[in-house]
Design a binder for this molecule. Structure first.
Ligand code: ADP
Ligand code: MG
Length: 308
C-alpha cells in the first residue's frame, strides 16, 4: 500500500481544483496576522508540521476570537457557541483547543444572578427595571436617595429596615422595587418579590398541606422580602395574623428588611387591615402596622400615572 501522503499527492495531481483550493487556503492562512504572530513566536515549528496542521490553522482563522467578531453570546457564530479557539504548541506539534469566551462567562454569571431574584407573578418590565433609568427622575428623589443608601449599606451588611413606598396607582412604585432587586443581585443578595394578592392565594392553596410551613419559612428567611401592593389583597383575619403577622414578627426579631408598595399610607392601611369578615379588629391591625414600622421606613412616591 502506498503511503497516504504520496497517495494524496497523486490524487491532488489529478485534481487540479482541489490543489488550487488547497493553495488558496494555505496562502490565506499564512497571511493571517494572528497566525503569523503565532508562527513567529514558535520558530521551532517545521514546515512539515505547519502543512500537517493547516486544517487546524484554518479553523483557528475562521473562528471569532474572544468575541472579536460578535455582539454577544446569543449571536456567537463559532462552531462551539461561547467558546473561543486557542493555538498552542506541545512537543513541537500545533494544538488547537477551545476556552470559554468573555461573553459566555458574562452570560453564565447573569443567569446565576438572575436566580437571586425569586419572584412570583411579577411582570417582565419590572424584572428588567434598572435604577439608572430612574435616577434622573425628580419626583422620586427621596425614595431614590433612600434606595441608594440601602444599597450602600448592603455592601457591608444588610440594613434592618426596608422601605414602605406608598402613592397613587401607576407612579412607578413596583418599578422601583424591581430596580432595587436588580442592583442587589450584583452584591449576591437575593430578593423575593411577591404580589400580595398572589401571596394570599398561594398560601391559602397550600394551607394544611406539607408545603405550607416551608413556604412561610421561605418568606421569613429571604434576604430581602418585597411585598408588592399590600392592601390590595382580600382581607382575611387568618392571613393577616397567622401569615403576615408571623412573617413580619420573625423578620423584625431577626432584623431582616422588608420592602412594601401600597396605594395606602400606613394609617389607611391600618383601617384596611382592620376590616375583615370577622368584624373590625383595630388592635390586631395596629399590631401589624407596628411591625411594618419596625421593618421599613414610610416614604411617599409622587408623580404622574405612567400607565396612562
Ligand atoms: P405602581 O406600582 O406605582 O402602580 P408601576 O411600577 O407598575 O407603578 O409602574 C407603572 C408603569 O410605568 C409600568 O409599566 C412600569 O414599567 C413603568 N415605569 C415605572 N417607572 C418607570 C421608570 N422610571 N422608567 C420607565 N418606566 C417606568
Ligand atoms: Mg405596583
Amino acid at each position: 500500500m502506498k503511503p497516504i501522503q504520496s497517495a494524496l499527492k497523486s490524487w491532488m495531481r489529478t485534481n487540479e481544483n482541489f490543489k488550487e483550493n488547497y493553495t488558496k487556503i494555505k496562502n490565506e492562512v499564512l497571511k493571517d496576522q494572528e497566525i503569523r504572530e503565532f508562527l513567529s513566536l514558535n520558530p521551532q515549528l517545521t514546515k512539515q508540521e505547519i502543512d500537517k496542521s493547516l486544517i487546524k490553522l484554518y479553523e483557528y482563522k475562521t473562528q471569532s476570537k474572544q468575541c472579536n467578531q460578535c455582539q454577544g453570546f446569543e449571536s456567537c457564530k463559532n462552531m462551539l457557541p461561547g467558546y473561543s479557539p486557542v493555538l498552542h504548541v506541545e512537543n513541537n506539534e500545533i494544538r488547537l483547543s477551545y476556552e470559554k469566551c468573555h461573553s459566555k462567562i458574562m452570560h453564565e454569571k447573569a443567569q446565576e444572578q438572575q436566580k437571586l431574584i425569586q419572584s412570583l407573578h411579577m411582570p417582565k418590565d419590572i424584572l428588567q427595571a434598572r435604577l439608572s433609568d430612574i435616577t434622573n427622575d425628580e419626583t422620586r428623589i427621596q425614595a431614590i436617595a433612600e434606595i441608594l443608601d440601602f444599597l450602600d449599606q448592603a455592601k457591608t451588611e444588610l440594613p434592618r429596615k426596608g422601605l414602605y413606598l406608598y402613592g397613587q396607582f401607576g407612579v412607578g412604585k413596583t418599578y422601583l422595587l424591581g430596580a432595587l432587586a436588580n442592583e442587589l443581585k450584583n452584591f449576591n443578595i437575593s430578593s423575593t418579590l411577591i404580589y400580595m394578592p398572589e401571596f394570599v392565594r398561594e398560601l391559602k392553596a397550600s394551607f394544611k398541606d406539607d408545603s405550607f410551613n416551608d413556604k412561610i419559612d421561605y418568606f421569613k428567611k429571604a434576604d430581602v422580602l418585597m411585598l408588592d401592593d399590600i392592601g390590595a389583597e382580600m382581607q382575611s383575619a387568618w392571613f393577616r395574623d397567622e401569615v403576615l403577622g408571623s412573617v413580619l414578627q420573625y423578620r423584625m426579631m431577626e432584623r431582616l428588611p422588608v420592602f412594601f408598595t401600597s396605594n395606602y399610607d400606613l394609617d389607611q392601611l391600618e383601617f384596611q387591615l382592620a376590616s375583615t369578615k370577622s368584624g373590625v379588629e383595630t388592635v390586631k391591625a395596629g399590631r401589624i402596622i407596628e411591625r411594618i414600622k419596625q421593618v421599613s421606613k414610610e416614604i411617599k412616591i409622587e408623580g404622574h400615572n405612567r400607565r396612562l
